[in-house]
Ligand binder design. Structure first.
Ligand code: MEV
Length: 441
């Protein structure tokens, strides 16, 4: 039986690695070599990465790719994407080029409000709680001045605090439901600090509120935390063109293509099994840019999927229509992003990505990220409703298999040519490579 370990986080990096490789690996030296080959040779840079999290033992690489030719509101962008899935950057670039020739993407930030909540219990008369809240509300805001001062100077801060009665759901359960404008910051630290201060003030002030009985004075704070559900931090991205311009030279009429495409979107609107995959394709584009720009993709994922269920059933995030012979494809999506704070000023590649995007504001980044999602969705639906998805996917998959077998340049070239006319499967590639490697007699 393996033994647990006490005080692991206090060990040096090399002692941590020793323990891991000796406990879990049959070849400890090889495991160590694998970890070390991803260490940065620049000690300072390595230390920076080590200190992002606890118990760092190595760096985990993902490719950083770029998709050029994104015309967004008449400005050209090259979009950075950090992702391991082989077809995503190629699909984004293709969609960008397609829409570049048809007027590009149009985007608009609809709203930028974020939410945080103090969850508490109170066992008493609701009217008294309302009176207390109305009396203490300005003090709640005042006592966060040290936290909000700078944000307010720049035009952001606390927008409002509401008292919400949730006792229909859970006995004695109430919330301070607060809304915030955090400008170019994602705002998690700002919001959570404000909330914890609200909770402190609220609890303390209750102790001396005359109308409360002794029992009512005992407000119990359960927790104070921002919400990653941000339906009021919303951006819209859209493309449109004449129906006949959709398929110039593609051997299928614009009308037939538009009909099929709209059918595919309609299916995702009504059928959750399809909607999840449809939206996953959107997130292929979104997560890649969110990651490259140092934002919190888990927060974005959680918020987006909650939004996709806002009407009671999980549904497509994107929509399509033809009206007056104009094909329109669009999406409204909640995105809480930051371009200052967090990793943005710390990770050299995040700084690179933001400079590549010409140092966008959070609002500009929301628009770029939404476009990456819409483009990805367009590319996926175009393939799915015409050639099928595997043609493009397998081309990229072929290269992964060849790399897995450490194929050299000549082998790669020969087999890429061979598989232009043959179906790519793992076994077919293995076989073809084996045949190529048979020594000639
Ligand atoms: C694969 O990563 C994404 C797709 O499945 C998206 C879709 O089906 O729309 C191709």
């Amino acid at each position: 039986m393996r033994k647990s370990i006490a005080g692991f986080s206090k060990l040096s990096k090399s002692k941590k690695i020793d323990w891991i490789v000796n406990t879990y690996f049959s070849n400890a030296d090889d495991a160590k070599r694998i970890l070390k080959q991803y260490w940065n040779t620049d000690d300072k840079l390595q230390q920076l990465h080590d200190e992002f999290i606890e118990n760092t033992i190595s760096n985990y690489y993902l490719p950083l790719g770029v998709a050029p030719n994104f015309l967004i509101n008449d400005t050209l962008h090259t979009i950075p994407m950090a992702i391991e899935e082989s077809s995503v950057v190629a699909a984004a670039s293709k969609a960008a080029k397609f829409w570049l020739e048809r007027g590009g993407f149009k985007t608009k930030v609809i709203s930028t409000t974020k939410i945080g909540q103090v969850h508490f219990t109170y066992k008493g008369d609701f009217d008294k709680l309302v009176t207390f809240f109305n009396q203490v509300k300005s003090k709640l805001i005042l006592e966060t001045t040290a936290i909000t001062k700078n944000m307010e100077k720049r035009g952001g801060g606390i927008i409002d605090i509401e008292l919400r009665n949730k006792t229909a759901d859970i006995d004695n359960y109430y919330q301070l439901h607060a809304s915030f404008e955090t400008l170019d910051a994602m705002g998690a630290n700002f919001i959570n600090s404000c909330l914890e201060q609200f909770a402190k003030t609220f609890k303390l002030e209750a102790l001396s509120f005359d109308l409360f009985s002794d029992d009512e004075k005992e407000i119990d704070i359960v927790m104070s935390i921002l919400s990653n559900y941000v339906p009021n931090c919303l951006v819209r991205a859209e493309v449109n063109c004449k129906v006949e311009d959709l398929t110039e030279g593609a051997g299928i009429s614009g009308e037939a293509f538009a009909n099929k495409f709209i059918q595919a979107v309609n299916i995702a609107e009504v059928e959750p099994y399809r909607a999840v995959t449809h939206n996953k394709g959107i997130m292929n584009g979104i997560d890649a840019v969110v990651l490259a720009t140092g934002n919190d993709f888990r927060a974005v994922e959680a918020g987006v999927h909650a939004y996709a269920s806002k009407d009671g059933q999980y549904s497509s995030l994107s929509h399509a229509k033809v009206e007056n012979n104009i094909f329109t494809f669009w999406m409204e999506i909640p995105l809480a992003l930051g371009t200052v704070g967090g990793l943005t000023g710390l990770h050299p590649l995040v700084k690179f990505a933001l400079e590549l995007l010409q140092k966008p504001s959070a609002k500009e980044l929301m628009q770029i990220v939404a476009v990456a999602g819409l483009a990805q969705n367009f590319a996926a639906l175009r393939s799915l409703t015409t050639t099928g998805i595997q043609q493009g996917h397998m081309k990229m998959h072929l290269m992964n298999i060849l790399n897995q077998f450490e194929a050299n340049d000549l082998e790669k070239q020969t087999l890429v040519e061979h598989f232009k006319n043959n179906t790519v499967t793992h076994s077919a590639v293995t076989e073809a490579l084996k045949n190529l490697r048979v020594p000639s007699e």
